[in-house]
Structures are given as structure tokens and as C-alpha cells.
Design a protein around this ligand. Structure first.
Ligand SMILES: Cc1cc2nc3c(=O)[nH]c(=O)nc-3n(C[C@H](O)[C@H](O)[C@H](O)COP(=O)(O)O)c2cc1C
Length: 317
């Protein structure tokens, strides 16, 4: 299968495996880790347009951390107001994103419930307005990440995709579920294929890619230009090297843990890094089926050196 890549706008993507945006997960350290392990494109965690407009330091601190090795990187924005999205996108340009992505897929109630994220699927005129306002005026490509519709009675992924293309969108990433599904049921890859057949801009398929076989199957079923991996990347960053978790030696697991912690220490104080790292460590060590006690021993370590010693013992290196 051809994994050589694709291009959109002025961006050439060197490879077909894309790291999904995940709030609370895909910070700069994890993005850099995934890029080093073969992800060819990545996105920021979603950014609330209101935070940008009101100069919240929360997003600024994160936006300032983007490194050269993460590029190409898209900054993803969410809001329910096209004017706010426009203002935020323009303000974000000072951090030099390679592209701006509009979140049209977030299903969580505090976002979709106020008409942002997947809530925009119910208001196609707002999507048109966002793309009309921005696609010609931004100096970087404008893209979208969508779901299939609000619920199973309002699938509108084909018309939304067409509209995004017609109004200047350069690429569409599709999570093959509705808003109502959240993360339940399974992703509908046939729908992603239908989008791919409908539009001429690149389509990235997303949803339920867990194994190397899934990567191949997603491309076969959908003919998508890129495969986006979210949750499974946390347990197995080696997926981007087309390697199953069962192929990874304990030495490699240890090396990855060291690498990830070193990246985190560039951006966070040690105590913060250790706390943030727990969710990753939990996933990296899933094959060991650790009980609560064993996890507590790891999570209670007060510095990185002690944690690495404890992991080393556990992996019996
Ligand atoms: C913890 C978490 C946070 C997420 N945050 C975002 C986000 O900020 N923006 C976005 O477009 N999607 C977000 N998603 C959705 C993922 O990008 C992806 O569409 C979804 O997880 C399905 O892909 P997967 O089956 O490979 O995980 C998030 C998903 C998870 C699990």
C-alpha cells in the first residue's frame, strides 16, 4: 500500500499516518514523540476561540511550545460563532501554524451543546460562513475535522463535506461516528469512502484504527489519503511505524518511556510531568495487566529517576 503521503494547500505531507488531536493528550511532548515514531501530520489540542480572543494564558502557553519537528502542525479551533472563529484564527497566526483546522466534530456536551464542535453540523450556514470568511484571507490552508452528523436521523456528512470543499476547505478529516454516538458503536468507514468519492480535496479517515491491520483496512475500505489514529496511539505509539504492540520488546518500551519523560521535562516541572505522565504510563504498560497496588507504586514515585528505576524493575531489564 502507498504510504508516501499527500498534499493540501501549500503543504506536502510526507507519509499517510496522522496523529489525531486529543485534548489533554496531544501536547507538544506527545506530538513530538509521535512525529519521531512516524506520524506525518499533527494537530494541536482543540483551542477555544474565546480563550484566544480574551488572551487566556492557558492556550498561549501551549501554543508557544510548538517546535520545528512537529511541523506541519494544524491549530484546531472550536466555537459556535463564525466571527469569533475568524478573530481567533487570525490571532493564532502569530504562532505560525502550518494550517488552521475547524473542529466540527467534538461531541462533548459543554462544546456540542452550545453549538460548537459537532453542534455546527446542525447549522451548515455557519460552516459556510466560517469557510467564506477565512479560506481566502488566511495565509495558510483551512481544514475541517467532522463527524457524520448530529444523530442517525440527520446524517449530513456528504453535503457538509461538499460545502467545505466549495467554500475553500483544503482537507477534511472524518471521524466516522455521529455526535450522538460519542465513542459508542463502531465507526462507519463506508461513509468515509462516500465522502472520498464525493470531494476532490484530501480526506483523512478516522475512527477505530487500533491495529496495523486496521490501518491497511481503513485505506482499502475508504480509499482515504491519510489514516488518523487517536486513542490507540496512546497505548501504541509504534503504530505509526506499522508495528503491533506485541512486537515491541521491553527494552523498547523502557526507551520510549525515557524518551517521552525527557520530552515532557522540557515543557513541565518534574512534579507536573509525573502527574501528566500517569495516563501514558498506564497505557504503555497495559500488556502487563498491572493491579492497583503495582500502579500505585509507580504513580507514587516523586521524581523521574525513581520512576524509571521502578519501571526498570517491573520490566525486569
Ligand atoms: C481524550 C480525547 C480527546 C480528544 N480531543 C479532541 C480534540 O481536541 N479535537 C478533536 O477534533 N477530536 C478530539 N478527540 C477525538 C479524536 O481526535 C478522534 O476523532 C477519536 O478519538 C476517534 O479516533 P480513534 O478511534 O482513533 O480514537 C479526542 C478524543 C479523545 C479520546
Amino acid at each position: 500500500m502507498d504510504f508516501s503521503g499527500f498534499s493540501f494547500g501549500n503543504i506536502t505531507v510526507d507519509g499517510a499516518l496522522v496523529a489525531a488531536p486529543m485534548d489533554g493528550i496531544t501536547d507538544s511532548a506527545f506530538r513530538r514523540l509521535l512525529r519521531r515514531h512516524g506520524a506525518s501530520l499533527c494537530y494541536s489540542e482543540f483551542i477555544n476561540a474565546q480563550d484566544v480572543i480574551h488572551d487566556s494564558i492557558l492556550y498561549e502557553r501551549k501554543a508557544n511550545l510548538v517546535r520545528a519537528e512537529e511541523r506541519p502542525i494544524g491549530f484546531q479551533i472550536y466555537d459556535n460563532d463564525p466571527a469569533a472563529i475568524e478573530a481567533a484564527a487570525k490571532k493564532l497566526l502569530r504562532f505560525q501554524p502550518d494550517f488552521i483546522d475547524i473542529n466540527i466534530g467534538c461531541s462533548v456536551a459543554r462544546v456540542a451543546g452550545r453549538g460548537a464542535g459537532a453542534g455546527l453540523l446542525l447549522e451548515p450556514t455557519k460552516i459556510t460562513e466560517i469557510f467564506d470568511r477565512l479560506s481566502d484571507t488566511l495565509p495558510v490552508p483551512l481544514t475541517a475535522k467532522i463527524r457524520l452528523g448530529w444523530d442517525e436521523r440527520s446524517y449530513n456528512y456528504l453535503s457538509i463535506s461538499k460545502l467545505i470543499e466549495e467554500h475553500g476547505g483544503a482537507l477534511i478529516a472524518v471521524h466516522g461516528r455521529t455526535r450522538k454516538q460519542g465513542f459508542q458503536g463502531s465507526a462507519n468507514w463506508d461513509a468515509i469512502r462516500a465522502i472520498k468519492e464525493e470531494v476532490h480535496i484530501p480526506v483523512i479517515g478516522n475512527g477505530d484504527v487500533i491495529t496495523v491491520e486496521d490501518i491497511h483496512r481503513m485505506r482499502e475500505v475508504t480509499r482515504c489519503d491519510g489514516v488518523m489514529i487517536g486513542r490507540a496511539a496512546i497505548a501504541n505509539p509504534w503504530l505509526f511505524e506499522l508495528r503491533g504492540r506485541e512486537e515491541i520488546s521491553n527494552q523498547e518500551v523502557f526507551a520510549l518511556i525515557q524518551e517521552h519523560l525527557a520530552l515532557m521535562l522540557e515543557d513541565y516541572e518534574e512534579g507536573v510531568a509525573l502527574t501528566l505522565f500517569r495516563k501514558f504510563l498506564n497505557q504503555y504498560l497495559l500488556p502487563f495487566h498491572l493491579d492497583r497496588g503495582a500502579k500505585i507504586v509507580l504513580f507514587d514515585q516523586v521524581n523521574v529517576a525513581a520512576l524509571l528505576d521502578a519501571v526498570n524493575n517491573l520490566l525486569q531489564l
